[in-house]
Design a protein. Sequence first.
Length: 753
Amino acid sequence: MAASTAVHSNAFNFLSYLQGGVDPRTGQYTVAISLPALKVNNLAGPELSLQLLFNPLNAQDMGCGLGWSLQRTEYDPVRSIISLSSGETFKVNGVLPGMEGLCEIEEQKILSFKFYDQGNGRYLVAHKSGLLEELEELGATGSKMALPTRAHSIEGRTVSFFYEHLYFPFLLTRIEDEQAQTIFNSTRGSDNNVVMHVHPYAGEQGTPLATFELLLGSDNTVESLVLPTPERASWRFKYRKDPVTGLMFIVQAQTPVGGQDDITYDWSGHPLPPGAFSTTLPRVTHCKRDPGFGQEIVETQYSSSDTNFLGAGSGITWDNSGADNLYQASMDYVYQSTESWHVAGQAVKTIERLFNSFHLLTSELTTQGANVMTVSTEYYLQFDVPFSQQWPYCQLPKNTTTQWSSNTESLLRSQTEYREYDMQGNETLFKQANGVIVTSTYYPWEGEGQACPPDPKGFIRHLKNTTIKPELTAVHAAPVLSTTYTYKLLPSVNNVLDQWHVMDTALLESIDTQSTQVLQSTQYEYNNDVTDPLRHGLLARETLNINGHVMTTEYEYELVVSAKNDSGSGLVRTKIVNRSDVDSHTKTVLSEASIYSGQPLLVRDDNDVEIRYEYDALQRITRETVAPGTDYEAARNYSYILCSKPGDQATQTSKNVKGVLTFTFFDGFNRTIAEQRMNVDSKLNAQLIRPTYAALYDALGQLVEETEYDWEEEKDWPLVTHLRYDDWGQQFCSVGPDSVETYEVMEPRGADD
């Protein structure tokens, strides 16, 4: 978060930091937990993804507990820091003169968004994806934060955000759609716990569809996150406070599927440059991941160089303005981290990563046994050129070379991928390792005649042409394929925002040295009625012309409000009708989707087979019904158990149309490790539960043993298959129950001719 992060570094702008676990760049252990995506405005958007993120460098409790936050876009006007919902963070340098409030962001190279200061504590973030976010300053003077108050999809659909807590002014308390329907709310009560409701009034008798609880300890850390299940399954966390920085770090995490991570730190780990808020920052040295239930523990150890993502040893002095300190360092500054996988106390696999002064991964060297795989990445960086003067695409890969080699043999093989980009970071050329070249061109933001109107926000984002060229040295070369696109404008819903681009035509051609042949063309038509918020902008007709024949696909949409069911009371029904001038036949495909989850409720395929689905609060299927409402109706039911305390095991139970129960058991990594089924054919005990399958994984996460059980009358015969892996991590041998060994060896280095 912009306001509460003790360290500002663009090392956190990369996805690896947001996936949870130990980040190899920073050496920090983080957790990211996704809540069900919020579907709004009858599936018309904008779609909202809610993610709870723990960052140990988040030094404040902003309402969700110390170190925890709902990931979102926000702007700190005091420090001039913009933080996006993607996790990227940048220093804002100021408003550009004569640009209608557009702000300069020197740290931003890829133009994925534009940030506008609209005055009076209001801001606008225009994303290249088309999403618009309105931000407004909240909180007390001196500690204000600009948070989203409204978001618009590119089509003009809107949601509004509210912050109404008396003591936590930055806590998101409510989200409403265009009809002022509450789709999310949260409270922090007198017990200090946070309760979040997803679609709080859409369930049975006006109850929430899903409720998540953050149970906080006396120090305001989140001790558990309770999921909406009958057994109150949960994530559970333990922390330790660093006495130097005062920051809280997770030392143990228990998952709802029964896994447990134990994390060990070097509390004087990363040194910081002079003038920083601390002399050191803890980093992870060991992470022991226990899947439980007889499976091998995965143990990794981490080490790092004396240099690091904070700029230690670079000669810089810490700048607390919010800019990335490492950008002050020399371009030859690098830092390294090593991740080693241990089995029986011995390192069996190591991954060495090297990062440059812009936090870009330049080398990743994986060693197991004598085998070495090296991935080297060259970027469009100009040496000894300040970051502010680098190309806009300087942080994008130019050449990516993968090499397979051995420490004991001379045979090796390498392959390279090459990429080019335009000035807004769109990929314009991709030469694959197999020689295939894909080129792409984009319409300029000013537009191009009737083919593409101007882009209202100045983004280059509309693909004009894609050409695929095969390897020219191939004996039987494939033709060059070229696809050209055109666009047209549609008004936004209720004409609130700018008009937006939709695809008008797509033309596929085959090109050779002699001629150009049209293979197929497609024309798209859309519903265009701004007073119809359900259908406006949705595809109405698609006309495909191929080899002189015309095939049309028509789309119809209907909002249905019906009796309450497990997924709420509303659905969108879509009917797709296919026609062709080849014959007089038509084909109709029908589907229904919940307006609350977007999950399919009814699907009728092109064979006229209907399947109806029901879900629980975590959007897991609880019932599948084939041919519902007919004499041939058949249903399969599912139930689930997750873990609320140590020792619990996650299971799934299915009951087929004949009433046969099947139990599936999972380990703490959510892997199937056992299955049992009711022995309905038994003459002695038809209710007896007998094993059908078992699996065993090793400390590298590899499946090494599978057991299938053969039932002979009342006796269970285990049929065991053993699996072996080479030092590339590839399965090369399976030993069956009959002891027959089957080999399939793939050598990445190629053959030694």
